[in-house]
Ligand binder design. Structure first.
Ligand code: NAD
Length: 491
C-alpha cells in the first residue's frame, strides 16, 4: 500500500511525528505480516486540531443531512467492493476464522453502513413537542462535535463502524484509535474514507497503544468519547471523562449466561453454545461461556456439549472449514491456559480440552477448546472473562435459581435461554439483568437492535436509533407567541 509508514490525519496520509512502527504478527504463523506507523502524542494533537476545524469552521456539521447520508452511502459502496479483502486482512491480523471474518468482520460492518444511512433518512432532526404549559417546544438534534472512538482488536471493523457510521451521519468528526494488534484494517478503511471524499479532518486514524488512547481522551478538543474494551480500561476512560466533563459511552467486558431450560433439545443447546460461546474463538465480549443446565437433564446436556467442543474444527484461520483459530497474541494464549489450570485447581471437572496445543498444531497461539462441568458459579472461571474457547457448565435446580445464577455476575452484557416453549423463554428473558438477550438464539446482531451492557459491562447503547442519539445533543428552542410580545409592549 502506498501509504505504508504514514498516518491518515486531516484527510491526508502524513509522516508520523515519531519513527515508531507497529509490527503486525500473524497469530497463526508468528511471522510479521505487515507494518503500520504508530501515532504519538503530537499526532493526537494534529488529528484533534483537524477534527476541531472540521466541526468549528467546516461545512460537515452544517450540511443538509441528505449530503452526509450520500457520503456514507458512497463509503458503503466502496466498502462492499473491498469487503473480501477486509475479511482476509482481519483474519491475517488477529486470527479470526475466515468464515467468521467474512460474515461478522466484513459483511456486517458493510451492512451497518447502509443500515445507519437508512435510519438517518427517517431521523427526526427537528421535532415539535407540546409544552406542559401550552407553548410548544422545538427539539433540535445537533452534532455532539469531535468524537474520540477507541476500539479493541477482536471485532475491529464491526466496532469501528458501529461508532463511525452514526457519528458521521450525526455530523460529528471522528478521531479513531484502533488497537495496536489491528492497524491494517483501520488503514484500509481510511483509504476508503479518502476515496469516498469526506471533507478533511472529518475522520483521522491513529493506530497505537493505550498511551495514544489516554492522550486522545484527555485532549481538551475532544467533546465525546466512545470506548470499547476491557472493564479495567473503561474505568480509567470514564474517570478521565469525568474530570473533563465529557460525554462517554462504554462497551466493556462480559461473562454472559446461557440458561438451558428442562424442555430444551441437547443438540440445539450444543449448536447454540458453539455460536454463542465459541464465536471468534471465544474472543467475543458477548460470549455466553456460563451454561446453566438443569440438574434433571444434566448428564445428557454435558454429553452433547462435550461432543460439540471435542469435534469443533481447530486450525489455520484461512481455511474455510476452521471454526476455532489461534488467539490474538501469545499473552492471550498464556492467559487462557492459566484459566484452564485455575479451573482444575478450583475443583471444576475438565471434560474436554486442557492446556496442551490442539492436535496437529505445532506453532501459533492456539488453545484447545475446553469444557468444564460441575462448575460452581462463584469460581473464578465462572466469574472472570477468559476471552478464549473455554466453556463452563453450572448446574441449577429450578428456574428461580437459574435466573439468580445468571445475575450472579459483575457483568450484564448478553445472555440467552434455550427452551421448547417460547413463552417460558420470554419469562426468563424479562427477568435476567442484562443489555441484550436471545430466546433460542445467542442475541440479535440486527443493526436496528440497540446493543450495550449494564453493570460492569458498560454505559450507553450502540446501533439502532439509540446508537444515533449517542452522537447528538438535544437543543430545546422555545419561540414566544407574537401576540404575547405585542401585549407586553402595550402595557
Ligand atoms: P483493552 O481495554 O486493553 O483495549 C481496548 C482499546 O482501548 C485498545 O485500543 C487500547 O489501546 C485502548 N486503551 C487501553 N487502555 C486505555 C486507556 N486507559 N485509555 C484509553 N484507551 C485505552 O481491551 P482488550 O483486552 O484489547 O480487548 C478485549 C476487551 O474488550 C474484552 O474485555 C472485551 O469484552 C471487550 N469488548 C467489549 C465489547 C462490547 O461491545 N461491550 C466488544 C468487544 C470487546
Amino acid at each position: 500500500m502506498g501509504h505504508e509508514g504514514r498516518l491518515f490525519i486531516g484527510g491526508e496520509w502524513v509522516a508520523p511525528s515519531t519513527d515508531a512502527r507497529i509490527d503486525v504478527v500473524s497469530p497463526h504463523t508468528e511471522a510479521v505480516i505487515g507494518r503500520a506507523a504508530a501515532a504519538g502524542p503530537t499526532d493526537v494533537d494534529r488529528a484533534v486540531t483537524a477534527a476541531r476545524a472540521a466541526i468549528d469552521a467546516g461545512p460537515w456539521p452544517r450540511l443538509d443531512p441528505a449530503e452526509r447520508i450520500a457520503a456514507v452511502r458512497r463509503l458503503a459502496a466502496l466498502y462492499g467492493e473491498r469487503r473480501r479483502e477486509m475479511a482476509e486482512l482481519i483474519t491475517a491480523e488477529m486470527g479470526s476464522p475466515i468464515s467468521f471474518s467474512k460474515l461478522a468482520q466484513a459483511m456486517l460492518p458493510w451492512t451497518m453502513l447502509g443500515a445507519f444511512a437508512d435510519f438517518a433518512e427517517g431521523y427526526a432532526w427537528e421535532e415539535t413537542r407540546p409544552g406542559y404549559y401550552g407553548q410548544d417546544v422545538i427539539l433540535r438534534k445537533e452534532p455532539a462535535g469531535v468524537v474520540a472512538a477507541i476500539v479493541p482488536w477482536n471485532m475491529p471493523q464491526f466496532l469501528i463502524v458501529g461508532k463511525l457510521a452514526p457519528a458521521l451521519l450525526a455530523g460529528c468528526a471522528v478521531v479513531l484509535k484502533p488497537a495496536p494488534e489491528t492497524p491494517l484494517d483501520a488503514n484500509l478503511l481510511a483509504e476508503l474514507i479518502e476515496q469516498a471524499g469526506l471533507p478533511p479532518g472529518v475522520v483521522s486514524v491513529l493506530p497505537g497503544g493505550a498511551d495514544v488512547g489516554e492522550a486522545l481522551v484527555a485532549h481538551p478538543g475532544v467533546d465525546r468519547v466512545s470506548f470499547t474494551g476491557s472493564t479495567a480500561a473503561g474505568r480509567q476512560v470514564a474517570a478521565a471523562c469525568g474530570a473533563g466533563l465529557k460525554r462517554v459511552s462504554l462497551e466493556l467486558g462480559g461473562k454472559s449466561a446461557a440458561v438451558v431450560l428442562d424442555d430444551a433439545e441437547p443438540a440445539a443447546v450444543a449448536a447454540g453454545a458453539k455460536l454463542a460461546g465459541l464465536m471468534n474463538s471465544g474472543q467475543a465480549c458477548v460470549a455466553q461461556t456460563r451454561i446453566l443446565v438443569p440438574e434433571s437433564r444434566y448428564g445428557e446436556m454435558v454429553d452433547a456439549l462435550a461432543a460439540m467442543v471435542d469435534e469443533v474444527p481447530v486450525g489455520d484461520p484461512s481455511d474455510r472449514a476452521t471454526e476455532i483459530g489461534p488467539l490474538v497474541a501469545r499473552r492471550q494464549q498464556e492467559r487462557v491456559r492459566g484459566y484452564i489450570e485455575l479451573g482444575q485447581y478450583e475443583g471444576a471437572r475438565l471434560v474436554v480440552g486442557g492446556t496442551g496445543l490442539p492436535a496437529g498444531v505445532d506453532r501459533g497461539w492456539y488453545v484447545r477448546p475446553t469444557l468444564f462441568a460441575d462448575v460452581d458459579n462463584r469460581m473464578r472461571i465462572a466469574q472472570e472473562e477468559i476471552f478464549g474457547p473455554v466453556l463452563t457448565v453450572v448446574p441449577y435446580a429450578g428456574e428461580d435459581e437459574a435466573v439468580r445464577l445468571a445475575d450472579e455476575s459483575d457483568y450484564g452484557l448478553s445472555g440467552s435461554v434455550w427452551t421448547a416453549d417460547v413463552d417460558r423463554g420470554m419469562e426468563v428473558a424479562r427477568r435476567v439483568r442484562t443489555g441484550t438477550f436471545g430466546v433460542n438464539q445467542p442475541y440479535s446482531m440486527d443493526p436496528a437492535a440497540p446493543f450495550g451492557g449494564v453493570k460492569a459491562s458498560g454505559v450507553g447503547r450502540e446501533l439502532g436509533r439509540e446508537g444515533m442519539d449517542e452522537y447528538l445533543e438535544v437543543k430545546a428552542i422555545s419561540v414566544a407567541p407574537a401576540t404575547d410580545l405585542s401585549e407586553g409592549r402595550d402595557r
